[in-house]
Every structure is written in C-alpha cells, then in structure tokens.
Write a protein that binds this ligand. Sequence first.
Ligand SMILES: Nc1nc2c(ncn2[C@@H]2O[C@H](COP(=O)(O)OP(=O)(O)OP(=O)(O)O)[C@@H](O)[C@H]2O)c(=O)[nH]1
Ligand SMILES: [Mg+2]
Length: 424
Amino acid sequence: MSSFVDIVRIKLKAGNGGDGKVNFHREKFVQAGGPDGGDGGKGGDIVLIADPGMHTLLDFRFNRKFFAEPGQMGGPGRSNGKSGQDLIIKVPMGTLVRDMNSGKVIADIQEPGVPRVVLHGGRGGWGNSHFANSVRQAPNFAKPGVRTEVFDVQLELKTIADVGLVGFPNVGKSTILSVLTAAKPKIANYHFTTLLPNLGVVKVRSDGFVLADIPGLIEGASEGAGLGHEFLRHVERTRLLLHVLDISGCEGRDPLEDLDIINRELAKYRELGKKPQIIVCNKMDMEGAEENLERLRDKLQGSDALIYPVSALTVQGFAPLMDKCMEMLRMLPPVESFEEVEGADEFRPNEGEPFTVRRENEAYVVEGPAVDGLMMRINMDDAESMAYFERTLRRMGVIDALRGKGATDGDTVRMGEVEFEFIN
Ligand SMILES: Nc1nc2c(ncn2[C@@H]2O[C@H](COP(=O)(O)OP(=O)(O)OP(=O)(O)O)[C@@H](O)[C@H]2O)c(=O)[nH]1
Ligand SMILES: [Mg+2]
C-alpha cells in the first residue's frame, strides 16, 4: 500500500546576511590607504513553488530541514560578497504553510509554477568603506550581516486529489483505482481493507487527473463511526466524487439504500452534500446487477443524477466515465482557498514594536527587535562604533524614551548583555 502523508512539520531558515569587511587599501609606497571593505552578500530566500506532478508530502518525511545559503563576506577593494542562493522547495498544489509559533497560515500554494518567497534572507552588513567621513578616516569596523531565525512550519496538503472514490466498504473502490491507474492498492474481500487514501493518476488522452481511493464509509460516519471523520476529511479535499455502488447487491444490501445512506452522511458533514458526484454502478458482471440498475434509473428518473454502469472485474464501461470526469473537472473551481494572513508573501514574523523601555529595580531595560539588530551590528570595543551606537539610539528615539520614563544622568541602562550609564 502506498503511504500517504498529508501533514508534515519542517524547519525553514533563510540564509544569514554576509558580514561587511574591514579592509584598507594598500599599495606600494602608500602607507595608509582609504577604507575599502566591501559589503556582505544577502542571504538566500526560502521559496516555495507548486509542482503539479507532486501529489503527496511524502518527500518531506525524509528531509525536514531546509536552510538557505548564507551571503558571503565582503572583500577588499569594495567588492561585495556573493549573495546566498535561494532555496527552492517544491510542494504539491494545495499546500498550506502554517507558522507553528503563531498558528497562522502564511501561504496557500495554489497556482503551479509561481514562486513564493516565504522567508527573506538576511541583509548583508556594510563594509568599513561606508563608515568613512571627514572626521573618521580610518574606520576599523564593519557591520555583520543580519542573522535569520529558524522557523518551525507545518505543511498541510489541502487538496489530495481531483476526484475521490466514495462508498460503502467492499463495493470495489480500490479495484477501480487499480484498473484506471498504475496504483497498486490492496484489494480484498473484507471491509475496511483500505484505511488510508491511495492516489493514482488517470490518463485521459493528453490530459489527466488525480484519483483518490478513500476508505469505506458507513452509516453514522458523520458522527465519527468507523473513523468517519478522518475519512470524510479526505473526501472534503477532492473536487468531484465518484459514488461507487455494488449494484449487484452481492452482500445482501440494497444498493439503492446504500446510495441514500452515504448521501445522508455526506450531507451531514460540512458542505459535502453539495459536492458534485457521479454515481458509478460497479460489479455489473454479476447476477442481479441489471435489475438493480433499472430500479435505480427508475427511482432517479427526472433528477439530474449521472449514472455510469461499470465492471472493475471485466474492466468495462470506464471510457465514457473518464471523459465525463474530465469534462466536469474543467468546469469545477479549485478547492476553496484558506485565508492567509495579510501580506503573507512578505512574511516578516519578527516585526513588532521596534523597542520598549521598562524599569527593573534600579535599571532601565531597553528591549525589542530594533535594539537586538543594533546590538548585533556594533562593536563594543571600538570607540567609533560606540559613537555610532549612541547616535543611532538618539535617532531611533531610545534616548527620548528613556528620558520619558524618568532616566537621569548616571542611571543604569541595560540592553541585551550590555549595561551602561545614561548620559542625557
Ligand atoms: N464481481 C466483481 N467483483 C468485484 C468488482 N470490483 C471489485 N470486486 C471485488 O470486490 C471485493 C472488494 O473490492 P475492493 O476494491 O477491495 O473494495 P473497496 O471498496 O476498496 O473496499 P474497502 O477498502 O474495504 O472499503 C474484492 O474481492 C474485489 O475483487 C467487480 O466489478 N465485479
Ligand atoms: Mg479499498
């Protein structure tokens, strides 16, 4: 039985930005040349793209970590570091990407071949050539590149197939899948042979669609009987249903009643009753099939029900059925989209308040992404870097905010690992 995976958790990380370079131009007889350290390259993005040839998330079972390449460090002579390569991840159409931390859907991959950046690579740091000015002619510091975080995301496959085979156990759903596709599902003469959907690709001339064999449903499935909820969830993720009946009634049930029972269960589970369906009368090779087919036709006369008699044993009756599926799929919309968070393609989960100031005992604590970013870029042992630090704090409004909270000269201010005295 082919394994089927519809939810996986993976780790994603965009590439770190490359560090800026500290370098001074050197030439023969020129003692101290100007600063010419280049910038670090940008880290690679994490890009998702829908591959119409992929139908499961199986590949992700064995490969769970996707880290894009970092940007390279800047070089001398103002040469910039190479950008890290984007990491392109192929997923099946209809894959939802959910951030595990916030629980939000950050992307809903629907269209084939359209790349979606879900995590942006870190910016490269500036080389020391940027920090020269009339006063500071030999800056011996540069900025490190922006470090990126690891994200835990869940991939959920929303659409499993275009067409789903539904019906009571033992009516021949798996057998139908096996005669129409290359799939080799387990077939046996007992109920609930199939416990996970099996998928196969049906070729119809130059076109085709994905067919799913869904485990058998029973009365009460919509209330959870016989793993009903689990199975109906799979039915929900198809666009068209083939409602399979054992029209011979060889198990002693009446196929006309079977049809009503399953349709009642479908109607009770969300919107499944509204999903378009074709009635497939299987086991036409058996005794009693013709009579039951006539009864069914009589009963449904005047309705717009579509009825196709077939035999999976003798492989008869499938060509017109497949043509009808193809025709209907062309008209049917894709499975409805889930709501994405606003601007999901520009997902920047780190952005909140740039910084906050709070009092902790005798000290003032400044926290937030803007401060973290700044702390990463400065070099505490370097006077010029510290001067830059102070100017930046003023420009960002941190000094004003501290003053607003009552900080006066000599008070202790803490940022990350560092403590210093407040000077207004
Ligand atoms: N005579 C006859 N037997 C069939 C036909 N199709 C399937 N069968 C038999 O019916 C039995 C059940 O077939 P499956 O394909 O396993 O049925 P299923 O609907 O997938 O059953 P579950 O997975 O238990 O829900 C097997 O013994 C098949 O060989 C048919 O067209 N004619
Ligand atoms: Mg089966």
